[in-house]
Design a protein around this ligand. Sequence first.
Ligand SMILES: Cc1cc2nc3c(=O)[nH]c(=O)nc-3n(C[C@H](O)[C@H](O)[C@H](O)COP(=O)(O)O)c2cc1C
Length: 197
Amino acid sequence: MKKLTLAALCAIMFIGCTTKQQSMENQAVENIMTRVSVRHFTGENISDAQIDTLLRAAMAAPSAVNQQPWAFVVVTDESVIAELGKQLPYSRCENGAACAIVPCGDLSKALEGAAADYWIQDASAATENLLLAAHAMGLGAVWTSVYPIAERVIATQTILELPEHIIPLCVVPVGVPAEQPEVKDKYKTENIHYNRW
Ligand SMILES: Cc1cc2nc3c(=O)[nH]c(=O)nc-3n(C[C@H](O)[C@H](O)[C@H](O)COP(=O)(O)O)c2cc1C
């Protein structure tokens, strides 16, 4: 009787763990599948703790040789956000964002030679993590382009007073969403090839 009870308990715990694991996977995948670019915000503030979580998610991204050649500029000063919005008209910064986070490549930490440009992929992975975390937290965000458009890179470097070795990849305005854009279905079988083209 005791043995049966123990076995039953183990089975319940196993099923519990499996179900929890599955629901975590489903939540993660659902978060990926429902993320959308949000370009209009309510103007409400977000907390320091929320910003901290976004930065931790960004820095949890993979990077080549785990080099982590990135830096993040968090812009909360309204006048700086306004300047970014003015100089980078596609950055959506003036649409009520609570802050803008600027993922950058740090060339002093980048790999050398042919591998130097891995910073772009590394900072991109960090940016996607940031977007997914924002969505999971009920916040809105959008990746807006800076690099490799020279005039946007220079404008961002100037406004944020970045040292020369810090290259801004993009500007991500973050805030409380004032819109709920429809999720786009981008799945296309013609994009998939198995084994050989
Ligand atoms: C490299 C890159 C640059 C982008 N630049 C801009 C931009 O400058 N302004 C903007 O509003 N959205 C920008 N976006 C967001 C895209 O327009 C958006 O991801 C795309 O339309 C798909 O929509 P979704 O994010 O809602 O799935 C950019 C996205 C990427 C990945």
